[in-house]
Design a protein around this ligand. Sequence first.
Ligand code: SF4
Length: 220
Amino acid sequence: MLTKKQINTVLDTIADMYPDAECELAHRNPFELLIAVVLSAQCTDALVNKVTPALFEKYKTPEDYLAVPLEELEQDIRSIGLYRSKAKNIKKLSQSLLDEHHGEVPATREELVKLAGVGRKTANVVTSVAFGIPAIAVDTHVERVSKRLGICKWKDSVREVEETLMKKIPEELWSDTHHRLIFFGRYHCKAQSPNCDSCPLLDLCREGQKRMKRREKQRA
Ligand code: SF4
């Protein structure tokens, strides 16, 4: 596992690589962000961003989503994976926003996770991006990178990864680090072919060193 000093090196390095990392889901307000994050489950941000311009032009408020039949909303998001359950959840969460929050998106994780289709990760993204509350949302990139680098254990659950990161990273860096880890995982330490040979963290990365040794053996 990485020491505190090594974790600081990781934080400094990814800050240098991706100083402007931010949420890549296009949105203009907390409600659009909430819908975009719900749509992004098991789907790329790029695909969601293809669908949301027209979607957000048509649906601006929770009332708008409730005013159309379920089938119509399904058709409007059909190019996104799991569109049937996502359409159902969007309708349910729109109803809850109207019934319990005067049509506004709540700013706390506790309230957000009570909405249909909103898990801890989605709630963390919304609280951090829309409301500036420090949070670390653990998606597939954050989990993979934290485990490869040895910040977390391979067997850790998503919740354990979040708790470990919150313990090991200063709170004022949670939100920036979350975005930087996503960029690092999306563009550099990729799932299938991480760029270990050009990685500035190779010296302290157990997974990278293993992969480089394997490559050398294959070449020999
Ligand atoms: S050395 Fe490889 S596995 Fe390790 S962080 Fe860098 S790219 Fe990822």
